[in-house]
Design a protein around this ligand. Structure first.
Ligand code: 13P
Ligand code: SF4
Length: 301
C-alpha cells in the first residue's frame, strides 16, 4: 500500500481531520482536508466535529486548536515543529514588560506559546492584526508582540502608538529591501506580494504592491490575471498559488526562503502519528482558560 493510501486509511479509521498550513510540503497539503493561514485554520479547528485533529503545521497552531476545541484530541506529528518567532518571548519576559506599562492592552501575534497568550488580552494573525488593533479603545496604550516587522507595519497602518517587542522570524527577517528592489528590476512587469513578517516589509514598501497574509496571497492568486507575480514569503505557498492559477507565473523573491520547522512534517510522520496517536498536544487547563479569551477575540475579528 502506498504511503498516501495508508494515511487515507488511518485518517478514516481514526475519524481524523487533517489541517495543513500553507507552508507545508506539497504532498502534505494535497492529502489534508483543509489548507490555509493561521486564522482560517484556527477557525476551522474551533468548528471541527471529528474526535481527532491532526495539525500539519507548527506547535503554536496545534496548541491554538486544542485551546479553541478542548474536547478533541489534537496531534502534532513531529515535536520538532516549533517556531523561532514564538520562542522570541517567554511568559516571564511578558509579565515584566507588562509591569512597566500598567493598563496597557497586550496584543499577541498567534505565533506565541500558550503561556504567552494567557498573559495577553488579544491575539491576532497577520490577516487581522490591523482590525484587532483598531478595535482597542483609542486612548489605551498597546504592547504588541513578538514580531517587530509586523508590529511596525501595523503601527504605520493604524497610526496607533504601540510599543513593539523586538522579535522576528529568521526566515522572513533575512529578506531585505535590496532583495525586493533587485527582483523588481529583473521582473519589471511582475506584481510583488510580501508577508508582513518580512524584514523588508516596511522599508521596502515602495517595492511591494500588496502586504498580505498567506491566505491573502492565495486569494490574490485566485483573482489575478497578471502574467507574473513575485512572492516574498516561505516558498511552500507557491504550490497552492500555482495549483489555483496555472496561467500566472508565481516566483519566489528568494527560493531559499524555507522554514525548517514547517518542513519537519512529512507523510511518514503523519502516518505514524495517526497509527500511534502521537504526539498529543495538551495545554494545562488554567493556561488554556486564560489564553482562550485572547484567542476568541482573534477568531471573532
Ligand atoms: P499566516 O498566518 O499568514 O499563515 O502566517 C503564519 C506564519 O507562521 C508566517 O510565518
Ligand atoms: Fe515561525 Fe517563521 Fe516558521 Fe512562520 S516561517 S512558523 S514565523 S519560524
Amino acid at each position: 500500500m502506498s504511503l498516501e493510501a495508508e494515511v487515507r486509511r488511518l485518517k478514516e479509521e481514526r475519524n481524523a481531520l487533517l489541517l495543513a498550513h500553507n507552508y507545508q510540503r506539497p504532498e502534505v497539503q494535497d492529502i489534508s482536508d483543509y489548507v490555509g493561514d493561521s486564522l482560517y485554520l484556527s477557525r476551522t479547528a474551533m468548528e471541527a466535529d471529528r474526535p481527532v485533529i491532526l495539525f500539519a503545521g507548527v506547535r503554536f497552531m496545534a496548541e491554538t486548536a486544542k485551546i479553541l476545541n478542548p474536547t478533541k484530541t489534537v496531534l502534532l506529528p513531529d515535536l520538532k515543529a516549533g517556531c523561532a518567532l514564538s520562542d522570541s518571548i517567554t511568559a516571564d519576559q511578558l509579565r515584566s514588560w507588562k509591569s512597566e506599562h500598567p493598563g496597557a492592552a497586550v496584543v499577541a501575534y498567534v505565533n506565541t506559546s500558550a503561556e504567552v497568550k494567557a498573559e495577553s488580552d488579544y491575539c491576532c494573525t497577520s490577516s487581522n492584526a490591523i482590525r484587532v488593533v483598531n478595535s482597542i479603545p483609542a486612548d489605551q496604550e498597546i504592547l504588541f508582540l513578538p514580531d517587530m516587522f509586523l508590529g511596525d507595519y501595523v503601527r504605520r497602518q493604524t497610526g496607533r502608538k504601540m510599543h513593539v517587542w523586538v522579535g522576528d522570524c529568521p526566515v522572513h527577517a533575512k529578506m531585505r529591501p535590496e532583495d525586493l528592489a533587485r527582483a523588481r528590476s529583473e521582473h519589471p512587469r511582475a506584481t510583488v506580494l510580501a508577508h508582513p513578517e518580512c524584514g523588508c516589509s516596511t522599508q521596502a514598501l515602495p517595492h511591494v504592491d500588496q502586504v498580505l497574509s498567506t491566505d491573502g496571497m492565495v486569494r490574490f492568486a485566485k483573482e489575478t490575471h497578471d502574467p507574473e507575480v513575485l512572492v516574498a514569503t516561505e516558498v511552500g505557498i507557491l504550490h497552492r498559488m500555482r495549483q489555483i492559477n496555472p496561467t500566472t507565473q508565481f516566483l519566489p523573491i528568494d527560493a531559499g526562503t524555507i522554514c525548517p520547522y514547517m518542513k519537519e512534517i512529512d507523510l511518514g510522520d503523519i502516518r505514524d502519528s495517526l497509527r500511534d496517536m502521537r504526539h498529543v498536544i495538551d495545554v494545562p487547563p488554567n493556561v488554556a482558560a486564560r489564553a482562550r479569551r485572547a484567542l476568541e477575540r482573534m477568531v471573532a475579528s
